[in-house]
Ligand binder design. Structure first.
Ligand code: ATP
Ligand code: MG
Length: 283
């Protein structure tokens, strides 16, 4: 059985369970229990504080874990990142009070910086030859400057609204993070096989998210030009329409090319373009 660690209740819980579900792995009754047998997959879900996940995976209490890369780097345990998951995106940044604009990096010397990420912060300070004092607090870091506890903070930011409401601004980004799947280094062959099975499913789900199914009608004379814009998995599927001289073209395009491709298709005479989300993509 594969033991999968998931954050008990926090920002990554819902998306992690949703991803498992999209991989066909059901988790009954949400996360009221600390340990639940998964449905449809030989796995057990352990609900933990995110800070504890790297250590539990290192020690083999859990085999794999869904956790923020920021936590993985901060805890610095013997685990490996086996997949980046694309959700839980944030940055670890140094923020300063708005009253201290336009300062140079060297002016951080002598400052007191409040953070829950002392390992990453100290490594960055050392790399940049800055001698600052780190003050470790486990939560509500952003109020530290307002209550005179620190001159600056080093904390997670996504939209920046928390910084804004505490009269701080983002000064320097130390790390860009997203949720990742980590694995212990000594999985048994059976568990490794289960992990490979899960990774195959996760990759199929991810691929589907980054791609869209395109359906359009095109005059036969433009088909060649239109096909050139639509690589598809092998090549587009072309089906003749009842309307003479017209065909229906089906293909797959990636999210990143999306708008450029659509503009080209329209310019080439495509009509009735439908974009349909893909549920899974197995190649
Ligand atoms: P726990 O109770 O499990 O220790 P926590 O309070 O430490 O939870 P959360 O706030 O739930 O942690 O955040 C979990 C993870 O979500 C972070 O480690 C980070 O990877 C990610 N995250 C994404 N955006 C943000 C953000 N704006 N602020 C904080 N974390 C974020
Ligand atoms: Mg935590």
């Amino acid at each position: 059985m594969l033991r999968i660690a998931v954050q008990k209740s926090g920002r990554l819980s819902e998306d992690s369970l949703k991803l498992l579900k999209e991989c066909g792995i059901g988790v009954p009754n949400g996360n009221n229990q600390l340990k639940i047998k998964a449905e449809n997959f030989d796995a057990e879900i352990l609900f933990l504080r995110d800070d504890d996940i790297p250590e539990y995976v290192q020690d083999g209490v859990a085999d794999i874990g869904f956790v923020g890369e920021n936590v993985v780097l901060e805890k610095n345990k013997a685990t490996e990142i086996v997949e980046r998951l694309g959700y839980g995106k944030c940055r670890l940044s140094i923020a300063l009070p708005k009253t201290r604009k336009k300062i140079e990096l060297k002016e951080l010397n002598g400052m007191k910086i409040a953070t829950s990420y002392p390992f990453i912060l100290n490594r960055w300070l050392k790399q940049n030859k800055i001698k600052a004092e780190t003050h470790v607090i486990s939560g509500s870091v952003e109020i530290a400057p307002r209550i005179g506890l620190a001159d600056a903070i080093c904390d997670l930011v996504s939209s920046g609204s928390t910084l804004f409401s505490n009269e701080l601004y983002e000064y320097e980004t130390l790390l860009r993070s997203e949720a990742v799947l980590i694995s212990g280094k000594q999985l048994s062959p059976q568990r490794k096989e289960l992990l490979d099975k899960l990774l195959f499913r996760i990759r199929s789900v991810k691929k589907a998210k980054y791609n869209k199914y395109v359906l359009l009608n095109a005059p036969n004379k433009s088909i060649e030009q239109i096909c050139a814009y639509l690589p598809g998995i092998n090549s587009p599927t072309i089906v003749p329409l009842a309307k003479k001289g017209w065909s229906s073209v089906h293909s797959v395009i990636s999210e990143s090319d999306f708008w450029n491709v659509i503009e080209n298709l329209k310019a080439a005479g495509a009509e009735g373009i439908l974009i349909i989300p893909i549920e899974k993509m197995i190649e």
